[in-house]
Design a protein around this ligand. Structure first.
Ligand code: NFD
Length: 326
């Protein structure tokens, strides 16, 4: 009985812990996370020897000053401007990658700025990505830090308190895009949530903020969920609207459905699904010994290793022949 009571107690304790982690207020320890990410980003990017490190305390102060002790529903873009000024953002050439409804895929594809650069791969986005932060005008200046850890407004019910930050981040990211830009949209979102919406962050703050004269092409990448439905493709429905909106802005547009490089990344999680059998078709799974094939002048296929063996054997045979014929 005692052990049953302690089991119930443990269960209740764990439930409480779970609930406290799940709260919808600001992220606990946000200051330490922001300052830590700020140092970590710069360490990853510039290494220890860089002389251009930005001041992480100043960056935290700029972010904190924007929302602490304030009613989150009254924030404006101007409140967060000091943060974006402090962090800064460089022009991004041919690597900017925008997204709508493709968060997980797009970040596997960008690989933290190695292949492409998303907003979340820039310092301004990286520092706060997936954190919640809001203040409260009723919190005491003497006993609290002005951050509401208990609740933040729900954007679809009370007010859109994240837009002053993310709308502005999106706008600045788009203004810094140069050359070829890409957007990855989701053709499997369904009729109620189109792949492209004019009132999404991409439609409202990013597409309209491109410096058209500095953009050579917008590449639209349409992906479809593996084992999922295909509601939209290039040239159809809302993707057609996106192509038209970009053209109307004077941007040259191309569109690709499930390009191979993206598909291979998505297939890493679903190697046996129908959409990924191109791996079988290429004979990939049956390849055992012969890996790299090269063709000799007579058209015989030999592996890279085998061709070296052949050459070595021929040289030895020739030497042997010469020795024996002397
Ligand atoms: P999405 P998107 N108000 O997948 N970004 O085009 C609030 F508060 O539909 C990055 O809208 O694509 N949140 C981040 C909303 C956030 C609203 C925003 C809304 N009206 C923008 N609508 C980020 N890293 O967190 C949607 N959301 C939420 C830039 C939704 O729940 C990126 O550079 C989802 O978590 C990207 O090119 C997120 O916003 C584009 O804007 C994205 O919604 C993606 O925004």
């Amino acid at each position: 009985m005692t052990s049953f009571a302690s089991l119930v107690g443990l269960f209740l304790l764990l439930s409480t812990v779970h609930l406290s982690v799940q709260n919808k207020g600001s992220t606990p320890h946000i200051k330490e996370i922001v300052v830590g990410r700020c140092y970590d980003y710069q360490y990853k990017k510039f290494g220890l020897n860089a002389t251009t490190w930005k001041n992480c305390s100043k960056i935290w102060e700029a972010l904190y000053g924007a929302f602490a002790y304030k009613n989150p529903c009254n924030l404006t873009f101007a409140d967060y401007k000091p943060y974006f000024d402090e962090v800064g953002m460089a022009d991004i050439y041919n690597k900017s990658l925008f997204w709508s409804g493709t968060y997980k895929a797009v970040h596997s594809y960008s690989e933290f700025d190695i292949r492409f650069t998303t907003l979340e791969d820039t310092m301004a986005g990286w520092i706060v990505n997936e954190l919640a932060f809001c203040g409260n005008g009723n919190l005491s200046r003497n006993t609290t830090d002005g951050i509401d850890y208990d609740s933040c407004p729900k954007w679809n019910e009370s007010c859109d308190y994240t837009t002053p930050f993310w709308g502005q981040a999106s706008k600045i990211f788009a203004e810094n895009a140069r050359g070829i830009v890409r957007v990855m949209v989701n053709g499997s979102r369904g009729n109620h949530t189109p792949a492209y919406k004019r009132d999404s962050f991409f439609g409202k703050y990013e597409l309209p903020s491109f410096h058209v004269e500095k953009i050579t092409e917008l590449v639209i990448i349409v992906i479809h969920t593996i084992n999922g439905m295909e509601y939209e493709r290039c040239g159809k429905s809302s993707i057609k609207l996106l192509q038209e909106d970009a053209k109307d802005r004077g941007i040259s547009v191309s569109c690709r459905d499930d390009p191979d490089d993206v598909r291979h990344i998505l297939c890493a999680d679903h190697p046996l699904s129908r959409e990924c059998i191109f791996l079988d078709e290429a004979g990939y799974r049956n390849r055992t010994v012969v890996r790299y094939k090269c063709r000799n002048p007579r058209g015989l296929a030999v592996s890279g290793k085998a061709s070296w063996l052949l050459i070595t054997a021929s040289v030895i045979a020739a030497a042997f022949t010469v020795v024996n014929f002397k």
